[in-house]
Design a protein around this ligand. Structure first.
Ligand code: FCB
Length: 443
């Protein structure tokens, strides 16, 4: 299989903490997720990612399945604390060796590695110093990115700086439901500004270090609609959209934070230093749009600062996945059109889309027709956007295998490949075979 430039990039995605396990193996330092998930009561049934899919030991097996399914692109993340155990300073040679082996094995099998530099697992030693709320994180992160480019930049050309900054700052530093479990507006706003600085700074580091690199960063996105017909609900939807879909992409595009549509963002000011506005911008080669659902929003006098609330899919009695996310395929089309309007980014890839449904093993097989329908309908919308002129050039399924779904533990299964956790046995689901056939027919 050859890696060509012109074709549409079909792939699968994963993230280190969700699959690797080996949480303290071979010199790895602890991350905020290691600590959070091992704190009783934080995760569904107090589960953790200590072993997860044991990918740390089974990666050759998993990547071989990927090759067998003829999936040509693989997005995975590097665990910062595996290669720099304390977050700064000494590099762990065994950690470097692990990712070298993963990258080499992918290339050997004709699979292009797409590396995410940060998928939520900050080294715990850095959290002790304030983590994302400490402005020093910009230097810690730049140094870490530089280390990754030095060791892997000869073979990895596709880099993604951050995974979904809105989620790791919002859920981790405002709501406290993800690691590191901090709550409050102040910690959220500090973390958000520093993450926005890092997504641009990380891009600059990769561009200066890696020849012929293609640099991107990824954003969570949900199509936002007003629940009712009133102008109050429309304005509430604009505020939520500014927070959930625009907060990180607009400063990167050189447009600044969307303060006009969400006044509470004025409170970012104390964290913004002279010269930051220019440094927030970077001309990414691509952006990764990640979409699963839509949200409907109504005005609410009870939620301070936002004055808006999300009406859950359950209350609306619509079709949902195990995550209680509405199935709404047109949403991905709308998000691609919306993000394509930011002219400073050359192309778009859908770097995550997929669904958790209950999987039943019957006679050794998993006939996950709901997942197949979900993927089929969403891919259809992606290709429709492309036909309508959106420069979207790839699609990655979340996820290759079932894995540790953060606060929800192992219950939601997103994989094309089933994992029987007690035995670590892998079973390719019907959706895995379906995707394989689909991408071979649509090169
Ligand atoms: C995204 C995350 C990814 C996974 C999916 C379901 O927000 O980036 O790690 O958990 O949701």
């Amino acid at each position: 299989m050859s890696i060509t430039e012109k074709d549409f990039k079909w792939g699968v995605s994963s993230a280190a903490y969700q699959i690797e396990g080996g949480w303290n193996a071979e010199g790895k330092g602890k991350s905020i997720w290691d600590v959070f998930a091992n704190t009783k009561g934080k995760i569904h049934m107090s589960q953790n990612g200590n072993t997860a899919c044991d990918y740390f030991h089974q990666y050759t097996h998993d990547i071989s399945i990927m090759a067998r399914l003829k999936i040509p692109n693989y997005r995975f993340s590097i665990a910062w604390s595996r290669i720099i155990p304390n977050g700064t300073g000494a590099v762990n040679p065994d950690g470097i060796d692990f990712y070298n082996r993963v990258i080499d094995f992918c290339l050997e099998l004709g699979i292009e590695p797409w590396v995410t530099l940060y998928h939520w697992d900050l080294p715990y030693e850095l959290e002790k110093k304030g983590g994302w709320t400490n402005r020093e994180v910009i230097n810690w992160f730049s140094d870490y990115v530089e280390v990754c480019t030095i060791y892997f930049g000869d073979r990895v050309k596709r880099w993604m700086i951050l995974n979904e900054p809105m989620v790791f700052t919002g859920v981790g530093y405002f709501l406290g439901r993800h690691a590191p479990g901090r709550k409050g507006l102040k910690s959220f706003l500090a973390a958000a500004h520093h993450a926005a600085m890092c997504q641009a700074e990380g891009g600059r580091v990769v561009r200066s270090m890696v020849e012929n690199s293609r640099i991107g960063t990824t954003f969570s996105s949900s199509y936002i609609m007003p629940y009712g017909h009133s102008s109050k609900d429309s304005n509430a939807a604009i505020r939520i959209d500014a927070l959930m879909n625009r907060l990180f992409v607009e400063p990167l595009a050189g447009l600044g934070y969307p303060v006009n549509d969400l006044k509470m963002l004025q409170r970012l000011e104390p964290f913004i230093k002279d010269g930051d506005e220019q440094k927030l911008a970077f001309d990414m080669d691509f952006i990764g749009v990640q979409n699963y659902t839509r949200e409907m929003v109504s005005c609410s006098p009870l939620i301070p600062l936002l004055w808006a609330r999300i009406i859950s899919a359950k209350a609306r009695e619509v079709e949902t996945t195990v995550m209680n996310w509405e199935v709404y395929p047109e949403g991905i089309y709308e998000m691609l059109v919306k993000f394509s309007k930011y002219k400073s980014f050359k192309e778009i890839f859908v770097t995550e889309n997929g669904a958790a449904f209950p999987d039943i093993i019957d006679n050794g097989k998993i006939c996950d027709s709901q997942r197949i329908n979900y993927l089929d309908q969403h891919i259809h919308q992606v290709l429709r956007a492309k036909k309508d002129g959106v420069n979207v050039n790839g699609y990655f399924v979340w996820s290759f295998t079932d894995n540790f779904e953060w606060a929800e533990g192992y219950k939601p299964r997103f994989g094309l490949v089933y994992i029987d956790y007690p035995t670590q046995k892998r079973i390719i689901k019907e959706s895995g075979y379906w995707y394989s056939t689909f991408i071979q027919r649509n090169p």
